[in-house]
Write a protein of this length. Structure first.
Length: 284
């Protein structure tokens, strides 16, 4: 049976501000007389044409700046779309851009070491960019009942670091090593460490893996100043804040107090020691 002639007119915007990419302009889509068998082919062709255009039309973007509670811009803050896990980091002046986000409600997470993480709920408009300013407050440590001299304790810890370095077990990075190479990020330095691989995960985060267990699903365990951390990557600590790093590819050589965290030493262990405020740089 013959179908009546149909004429569809579709007009699209030639520019998508969320992605920065031009969209194809479709003036007219015309179909002549359609019979039952040809109509199936025409319908498939029409769906294939319209689908990618429709997908692009449902995107938005978020841009903005991240500052601390005093209004100082923060660099190297992780900004993540919580639903998809896709993430970017702020630049040196605190700016970021997350493009191609599905329009509608979205939770955006902000985090950086030594600051309280923040999750902001936003309504992402269609084909538009939302500008935000986010402020992160510093983490307030809980003081113990007995007050101790932290500098004395930290100095003792760094002495233990030096003692372990002299044994030859593991790989050690000192403050002097970092100052000689001046890496932009810790992962830049780690590229020269034997047995270490730097990879990019599906969510855009930089990750360190040991070559003997270089699967994305086998992350090493991290300790920062002796405290275990989870969901952590090597670039969350800036090179300028580091006094020393210890890397152990397996359980061999790991100090006993760090050799039982969740039983993941098979994937490696990384100990990061931050600098003592006011401490003069010491040569190795």
């Amino acid at each position: 049976m013959t179908q009546p002639t149909r004429t569809d007119e579709v007009v699209h915007s030639p520019y998508n501000p969320a992605t920065g990419e031009p969209l194809a302009t479709l003036r007219h889509v015309r179909t002549g007389r359609l019979y039952q068998r040809p109509s199936i082919v025409a319908l498939i062709a029409l769906v294939a044409l319209v689908h990618p255009l429709g997908a692009q039309m449902h995107l938005g973007a978020v841009s903005g700046v991240v500052k601390d509670s005093g209004g100082i811009a923060l660099g190297n803050v992780e900004v993540m779309v919580m639903r998809s896990g896709r993430a970017v980091r702020t630049d040196s002046v605190g700016h970021f851009l997350l493009a191609s986000i599905v329009a509608g409600h979205a939770d955006i997470g902000f985090r950086r070491v030594a600051y309280e993480p923040v999750i902001v709920s936003l309504q992402i408009p269609l084909d538009d960019t939302t500008d935000v300013e986010v402020r992160l407050g510093g983490v307030t440590p809980l003081l113990p009942a007995v007050v101790i001299n932290d500098h004395v304790e930290r100095s003792r810890v760094l002495q233990e670091f030096e003692s372990r370095r002299k044994t030859g077990a593991g790989y050690f990075v000192t403050r002097a090593d970092i100052e000689r190479r001046r890496p932009h990020a810790l992962s830049d330095y780690m590229r020269i460490v034997p047995g270490v691989r730097i990879m990019m995960l599906d969510n855009g985060r930089t990750a360190l893996r040991f070559a003997r267990n270089a699967r994305a699903s086998c992350p090493p365990q991290y300790f920062v100043d002796g405290i275990p951390t989870s969901n952590f990557d090597i670039d969350e600590v800036l090179p300028g804040d580091v006094e020393g790093v210890e890397l152990y590819a397996g359980s061999a050589g790991v100090p006993p107090q760090f050799n039982r965290f969740y039983g993941t030493t098979i994937c490696g262990t990384i100990l990061i020691w931050t600098r003592i405020p006011g401490k003069e740089n010491e040569k190795s």
